[in-house]
Design a protein around this ligand. Sequence first.
Ligand SMILES: Nc1nc2c(ncn2[C@@H]2O[C@H](COP(=O)(O)OP(=O)(O)OP(=O)(O)O)[C@@H](O)[C@H]2O)c(=O)[nH]1
Ligand SMILES: [Mg+2]
Length: 387
Amino acid sequence: MKIQKFNGKTETEVMNRIKEELGDHAVVLNVKNIKGNWFTRLFKNDQVEITVATDKEIPTDSVDIKETDQGIDELKEQMLNMERLLASTADKMENLYEKSNEAQTVNYISASNMEKDSESKRTTFQKLILNHLVKQEVEEEAAMELLKGTELLDEDDLDIKDIIRIVYNNICQSIGDVKVIDDCVNKEGPKLVFFIGPTGVGKTTSIAKLTADFSLKKEKDIALITADTYRIAAIDQLRTYSEILSVPLEVVYTPEELRAGLELFDDKEYIFVDTAGRSHKNDEHLGELRDMLDMFPDKEVYLVVSATTKFSDLKSIIKKYSQLCDKYSIIVTKTDETASAGTIINLRHYTNKPLSYVSFGQNVPDDIEVVEGAKYAKILLGSLGDE
Ligand SMILES: Nc1nc2c(ncn2[C@@H]2O[C@H](COP(=O)(O)OP(=O)(O)OP(=O)(O)O)[C@@H](O)[C@H]2O)c(=O)[nH]1
Ligand SMILES: [Mg+2]
């Protein structure tokens, strides 16, 4: 099996080329819009890139066909997972389709930009999947986005597996490239990493988990700074972790002290900074945090949010925190306490910021991992057809 990418101006044009070249030998893995920069736009429009898996040999002189040079192993692994998922869900979906045909009264949620008068097999499956995603708390707009590319499939002579494949890959793609704390150290000084977010979401616990990972497993030289002096217990909490992990800790009360703290740890590879939880409704506190962040242009920021927060509140949190800092990655905590796959998709759709880690329990250091698209695709689609 080979992975190939096809580029062109529109999805239809590219799909037609794929059909022409590969016939039935192609499985669509991903449909992506590629925006050019100002320079490339002078010469050509934005492009559509479709990634397919194929078992057919492609003539080497084919125009515009490029074999991917990266992520092939990852894609292969994704495909394996996907095939397992298809084996367990496709028949259930066909049964559901038969049933809905017999009943003639399927009560779907309204999908504004989806054709309502046509009830082709494709439309029915699209609606079934949309309904399934929305039930798992994926916002309708984000769910519609996950169906992108399925409209190119044959209306009636459709294999349910093709539609699930596309949605599966769209989920992986939508979660996209995660941005985690880089393992490679900057030779010119410590990497400065801030953790910010609302009260009680798990910032300090996440820092403890990541400190353990970086200092014990990755053997990096780390220092901790806490700028959370609002709660006495907050200092003790991080001090306990710093002692267990044998990592130095400095407590700072002002941005100036923070600067001095950074100088003190100049020989370290990483400095993780814990901040006080700030309600997104308290503009004064948020202002203080912004002033502190502004003082350090060369930094990485992780916004920590809890999966247990309802999405309408998460939106206001994101909106407020985005005013403090436009470049950040998201850590989602407490995913053990609620079904969180919908939240993960919604966060990506709404913020377009990279995700980084998910935390799934109180245990330090184990209950944290890097966000993995295929895992959420499996969670979201694994129960397809069970309704
Ligand atoms: N179930 C669950 N609990 C968590 C998780 N992460 C943190 N907690 C718990 O949430 C509570 C608050 O965690 P902290 O790390 O103190 O949260 P914080 O964001 O630093 O809180 P403030 O500094 O007060 O804003 C603690 O009881 C943690 O054990 C998680 O992933 N799952
Ligand atoms: Mg804390």
